[in-house]
Design a protein around this ligand. Structure first.
Ligand code: UD1
Ligand code: CA
Length: 457
C-alpha cells in the first residue's frame, strides 16, 4: 500500500510570554537561525505535499523572516489552543492526507525521527513521546493495562497518579486528515486552561477504535521545547554540541574544545584544520587544508586558503585569504579584504575593501581602506590610508615592491609606482613615480639652549 500524501502543520502562533521579549518566540535564533527555520528545514527534508505555518503573534515579522514561496501561511487571530490552531489549516488539507503536526518551539527535531513518526501509522495516528526525569509542564501519555496508548492528559488536568507518569507528549503528532476534521469539531474547552487541546484528539481517536502508535524518541535534546530563555540557552548548547560532533566526525575538523566553539551558519573545512577555544563562526565560512584558527577569534562569511593561520583575538568579516597567509593576533579584516598568497597582517591592523598582494606585509598598527596594494610590499608600522575627505571615499594604489616607512599617511586618491620608497613620517598628497625615494616631512630645527617661556622664535 503506498503511503498517503503528507501535509505538515507547524504551530507558531504563540507569543512566548515567558521569553519576556519583543521578538516573537519562534524568531529567536538557535545557532544563528530562527527556531522556526530549523523546524522548516526538518519538515522540508520529508518532501511533504504542503507546509502550513500557523502564525498569529507578531504575524508580519514572522512572515517577513520567511519569504519562502513553498509555505502556506495560516493566520490564527485568537490563540484558543493547539486544537484550534490545527483546525485553522484543515480547510486547505484534503481528507486523504496525513497531517504531521510540528511545534516551532521544538527546533532540534531530526528528519529521521519525523520519518519514523510518519511511518509508524501510515494511515492512522502516531504520537512522538519521550521519557524524562522531570515531566513538569508536559502532557502525560496514558497507557492501558495492555500498554496501549489511549489518551494524553495535560499536567494542569492530571490526577496525582497521572502526574507521576514520566512518558510525556513531545507535541509532535501524525493524524489522518479526514477523521481529524471530525475530532477537532468535537473538541471543547472544558479543561483547566479553557483551551481547545489538540491532545484530546488522541482520546477521541481511541474512542473511535483506532490504534495509537507511540514512537519513543531516545534523544531528549531533540524534543526539548523552548518556553523561556533558560531553555533557549539549553537548546543552543545542545545544537552546538551536535554541530561540533558532526564537524569532527564527518569533516575531520580538529577542535581544542567542542564545548567552546560556536557555529552560527555553515562551515566547510579541508583536511587537518584546527580551531582553538572560543572561536565563533558566522554565515558561510570555508577553510582550505591545514588552516589554523587561534583562540577568541570570530570569522564571518570568510574563505581562508590552505596553510593560512588566523591567530587569536581577530575579527574577520567577508574577507578572503589565499594560501599561507598569517593574520593577527588582534587584527580586524572588514568586508572586501582580499589577501594574496603568503600575505601578513599583524597586530592592531584594520583592513577594509582592499586587495593586498602576495607576500606583502602590514605587520603593525595600520589602517588600510579602499586600497590596492601590489606584491611584496612592506607597509611600515603606523601607515594610514587617508581614504575619506569628509564627503567621499578615495582609492590608494601601491605598486609591487614598494617600501613604506613607518608612520606614513597616504592621502587618497594616490598612486605610488612600483619599487618606490616612502620615507618614514611622510604625509603624501601627490602621486609617486616608480623606483623613486620620497620623503615629505617638516624641516628639523635645532634651537640650542632653549628654555620654556623665555625665548620666542
Ligand atoms: C503542548 C501540549 C503538551 C505537550 C507540550 C510539548 C497541548 C494541549 N499540549 O503543551 O501535551 O507536552 O506541548 O511541548 O497541545 N500554539 C498556537 N496556537 C495556540 C496555542 C498554541 O499556535 O492557540 C502553538 C504555540 O506557539 C507552540 C505550540 O502551539 O508552538 C504548543 O503550545 P504551548 O502553549 O506551548 O503548549 P504546551 O503548554 O507547551
Ligand atoms: Ca510549549
Amino acid at each position: 500500500m503506498s503511503s498517503p500524501p503528507l501535509s505538515v502543520v507547524v504551530l507558531a502562533a504563540g507569543e512566548g510570554k515567558r521569553m519576556r521579549s519583543h521578538t516573537p518566540k519562534v524568531l529567536h535564533p538557535v545557532a544563528g537561525r530562527p527556531m522556526l527555520g530549523h523546524v522548516l528545514d526538518a519538515a522540508r527534508a520529508l518532501q511533504p505535499a504542503a507546509i502550513h505555518v500557523i502564525h498569529g503573534h507578531g504575524a508580519e515579522a514572522v512572515r517577513a523572516a520567511f519569504p519562502d514561496a513553498d509555505l502556506h501561511w495560516v493566520h490564527q487571530a485568537e490563540r484558543l489552543g493547539t486544537g484550534h490552531a490545527v483546525k485553522q489549516a484543515l480547510p486547505q488539507i484534503p481528507d486523504d492526507h496525513q497531517v504531521l503536526v510540528l511545534c516551532a518551539d521544538v527546533p532540534l527535531i531530526r528528519p529521521g525521527t519525523l520519518r519514523a513518526l510518519v511511518a509508524a501509522a501510515p494511515q492512522g495516528v502516531s504520537v512522538l513521546t519521550v521519557n524524562v526525569a522531570d515531566p513538569a509542564g508536559y502532557g502525560r501519555i496514558l497507557r492501558d493495562g495492555g500498554d496501549q496508548v489511549h489518551g494524553i492528559v495535560e499536567e494542569k488536568d492530571a490526577t496525582a497518579a497521572q502526574r507521576a507518569i514520566r512518558e510525556i507528549n513531545t507535541g509532535l503528532l501524525c493524524l489522518p486528515a479526514g477523521p481529524l476534521r471530525g475530532w477537532l469539531d468535537t473538541l471543547d474547552t472544558g479543561n483547566a486552561q479553557g483551551e481547545y487541546y489538540l491532545t484530546d484528539c488522541i482520546g477521541l481517536a481511541h474512542a473511535d477504535n483506532r490504534r495509537i502508535a507511540p514512537v519513543l524518541c531516545t534523544d531528549p535534546d531533540e524534543v526539548q521545547g523552548v518556553n523561556d530563555r533558560r531553555q533557549l540557552a539549553g537548546v543552543e548548547r545542545a545544537c552546538q554540541r551536535r554541530q561540533a560532533e558532526a564537524l569532527m566526525r564527518d569533516q575531520g575538523l580538529g577542535l581544542a574544545d567542542p564545548a567552546r566553539f560556536d557555529l552560527r551558519g555553515t562551515l566547510t573545512v579541508g583536511r587537518d584544520c584546527f580551531i582553538d577555544v572560543d572561536v565563533v563562526i558566522e554565515g558561510h565560512v570555508t577553510l582550505g587544508d591545514e588552516v589554523r584558527v587561534g583562540p577568541f577569534t570570530r570569522l564571518q562569511d570568510c574563505v581562508i586558503g590552505t596553510g593560512s593561520e588566523v591567530l587569536g583575538h581577530c575579527d574577520l568579516a567577508s574577507a578572503s585569504l589565499a594560501a599561507d597567509c598569517r593574520v593577527g593576533p588582534y587584527a580586524r579584516l572588514r568586508p572586501g579584504t582580499e589577501l594574496g598568497t603568503a600575505a601578513r597582517v599583524g597586530n592592531f591592523v584594520e583592513v577594509k575593501q582592499a586587495r593586498v598582494g602576495a607576500g606583502t606585509k602590514i605587520n603593525h598598527l595600520s589602517y588600510i581602506g579602499d586600497a590596492r596594494i601590489g606584491d611584496g610590499v612592506n607597509v611600515g608600522a603606523g601607515t594610514i590610508t587617508c581614504n575619506y575627505d569628509g564627503r567621499a571615499k578615495h582609492v590608494t594604489e601601491i605598486g609591487d615592491g614598494v617600501f613604506i616607512g613607518s608612520n606614513t599617511a597616504l592621502v587618497a586618491p594616490l598612486h605610488v609606482g612600483a619599487g618606490a620608497t616612502l620615507g618614514a613620517g611622510s604625509t603624501l598628497r601627490d602621486d609617486v613615480a616608480a623606483d623613486s625615494l620620497v620623503v615629505e616631512r617638516g624641516e628639523r630645527r635645532d634651537i640650542p639652549g632653549w628654555r620654556p617661556g623665555r625665548d620666542e622664535h
